[in-house]
Design a protein. Structure first.
Length: 352
């Protein structure tokens, strides 16, 4: 199983300069490359300091100039916000800029907050339909001389220019949860990204089963890759693990509030939930986070990840967004690199 890093600029304190966040993101990405990680993933988000990336290609292009081996992934671009010609061309240009290291993650999007600002009237169903029209159109634009007459986009014969460096086009990853999304991804020759959010290992196993069912339903398609995205933090003590569990409890409470789209927002920042409001969300309680997320001492984290590897995941992406300080993120990542990663080295697998 390979490892990657899912990382964004995030801010709740307006006194922190965005440039500092940009530099901190670069520091984490460079640490991931030095450790031999497969990919760094950055997703698209708008008008929210909770996740700052109005166009992930900009940050990825910056990282392309400072890395040499690390793959650079959009995790994800939001399909309904893109014209197929624009996405095919910008992704191909990014692939040229990084000399064939791009992975193109595509999702329908999740926040009603963003839908009502970027495409008023859009809902999750409409976003999903747009994604299903966009993906094959992008693939055909990379091949070239493709005309499209669809429900959401129409254009005469066109070719993406430039074309991707990678033969056959940039690998596409589809963010999937329901069985139909898994089936769509596999049928279209796309890799799959899944996240259980804070639901725990039962949901992890269920997501893998949905993927396996989709693969079995398309024996004519070579098996794509599947990546598990999950919060993962390594602690040097049980006390620190407890603090991290409380931090992630606060993070998921705020995450849920962004989804609900009901709390006031000032300068793109939503106030954290009060202790009373958090207490009313027992599914995000710290003890639940401690159990459901990958948080703990190195040996505990290794055992959890070995279980995911045994399920068949090709890649595990550390979701490091959490609302905690950069120093604490870096400390956890350093511990992961020193104490956890060696257990997954090829030599370790051979010895086992």
């Amino acid at each position: 199983m390979k490892f990657s890093l899912f990382v964004h600029m995030e801010r709740s304190d307006p006194s922190i300069p965005h440039r500092r966040l940009f530099d901190e993101l670069e520091e984490l990405a460079l640490a991931a490359e030095a450790a031999g990680f497969e990919t760094v993933w950055i997703g698209e988000h708008h008008a929210m300091e909770f996740t700052i990336a109005p166009n992930p290609f900009i940050q990825l292009a910056h990282l392309a100039a400072r890395t040499s081996r690390l793959r650079l992934g959009t995790g994800n671009v939001v399909a309904p916000f893109w014209n197929p010609i624009r996405l095919a061309g910008e992704a191909a240009m990014m692939d040229v800029a990084c000399n064939g290291r791009l992975d193109l993650g595509i999702a329908r999007g999740a926040y009603a907050f963003e839908y009502e600002r970027m495409l008023p009237g859009l809902d999750a169903m409409g976003a999903g339909l747009r994604m299903r029209e966009l993906v094959p159109a992008v693939q055909k634009l990379w091949a070239g001389d493709y005309a499209h007459q669809g429900e959401f986009w129409s254009f005469p014969t066109s070719t993406a220019t430039p074309k991707p460096v990678q033969a056959g086009g940039v690998p596409i990853w589809i963010a999937a949860r329901d069985p139909n999304s898994h089936d769509f991804a596999v049928a279209n020759g796309c890799n799959v990204q899944v996240t259980p959010l804070a639901s725990g290992d039962g949901e992890v196993a269920s997501l893998m089963q949905r993927f396996k069912t989709a693969v079995a339903g398309h024996p004519e398609v070579p098996r794509p890759q599947i990546m598990l995205l999950q919060h993962c933090f390594v602690a040097d003590s049980e006390a620190e693990a407890g603090l991290l569990a409380d931090d992630l409890s606060a993070f998921y409470a705020l995450f849920g509030a962004w989804f609900a789209n009901k709390r006031p927002i000032r300068q793109a920042i939503m106030d954290p939930l009060t202790p009373e409001e958090r207490a009313a969300l027992p599914h995000y309680a710290p003890e639940v986070m401690r159990r459901n997320l990958v948080i703990g001492r190195p040996d505990e984290v290794i055992a959890r990840l070995k279980g995911y590897e045994a399920l068949g995941f090709d890649q595990f992406s550390i979701w490091i967004d959490s609302g905690i300080s950069h120093a604490r993120k870096k400390a956890s990542l350093d511990l992961f690199i020193r104490e956890v990663l060696p257990a997954f080295a090829p030599s370790s697998a051979a010895a086992a």
